[in-house]
Design a protein around this ligand. Structure first.
Ligand code: PEP
Length: 249
């Protein structure tokens, strides 16, 4: 099955209204690359404004609560994201898993809530450096998938992002062969857990220090359908070359 390339920017806790111009420039450039789906996930505070500034663009959240509403001070429900104009949400980012103690079960519940609210989901997995060095990276990531993948879902609305924790924001990247091995193992696991149809339709993104110089190589690796990009997604000057690299494949 042919899967469209997918390049997603995660602005993390960066961005004031003054940065909406960057988003508009990114989405304008993305429109010229019709073979690539492009999305930006700004902080909660910018979702509505970004969706309004770039009508039709895919704007997303970086997290959601698993409940639809209630006494969860400071949290945002999936349907609130949708109401604000979001079309997608990232769940299980390592900065949430590590910094906020989110378990695989928490991530699964968030993914299910997001899908129920009509959002698409990017479900993140990835190993710490010590696990990579001990040779256990694939087993670690497949266990995360076993615990955090929803039971039933539309494969067109759920992408998995493999983001080795040691590569996020560090400038370090795995070898292309290691990325291909991991993505192949993830695809095989999805095949076993969700069935062949779902596994072949789902997009697998690589994330971790992707930039305009390494994007073509990383996105060209086996079973890689796109990228989840942090630091290099904050400006059009850095992000658009990644979209262009995806379009060139
Ligand atoms: C991320 O946080 O999802 C990420 C991949 O960050 P960076 O591109 O900055 O490594």
């Amino acid at each position: 099955m042919t899967r469209r390339k997918y390049v997603v920017g995660n602005w993390k806790m960066n961005g004031l209204t003054a940065m909406l111009g960057e988003a508009k420039a990114i989405f304008a450039a993305a429109e010229t690359h019709t073979s690539v789906d492009v999305a930006l996930c700004p902080p909660f505070t910018l979702i509505g404004a970004m969706a309004a500034a770039a009508p039709g663009a895919a704007v997303g959240g970086q997290d959601c609560h698993a409940s639809a509403s209630g006494a969860f001070t400071g949290s945002v429900a999936a349907r609130m994201l949708a109401d604000a104009g979001a079309r997608l949400v990232i769940v299980g980012h390592s900065e949430r898993r590590e910094g906020f103690g989110e378990s695989d079960a928490d991530v699964c519940a968030k993914a299910e809530a997001a899908l129920a609210a009509g959002l698409s989901v990017i479900l993140c997995v990835g190993e710490p450096r010590a696990v990579r060095e001990s040779g256990g990276a694939i087993a670690y990531v497949l266990a995360q998938i076993a615990g955090s993948l929803p039971g039933e879902f539309d494969p067109a609305r759920l992408a998995v992002a493999y983001e080795p924790i040691w590569a996020i924001g560090t400038g370090l990247v795995p070898t292309v062969a290691d990325v291909a091995d991991m993505h192949g193992a993830i695809r095989a696991k999805l095949n076993e857990q969700a069935g062949a149809g779902a596994a072949s339709a789902m997009r697998l993104l690589y994330g971790g220090s992707v930039n305009g110089d390494n994007a073509a190589e990383l996105l060209g690796a086996g079973d890689v359908d796109g990228a989840l990009v942090g630091g290099a997604s904050l400006t059009a000057a850095k992000f658009v070359p990644i979209v262009e690299a995806a379009a060139s494949l």
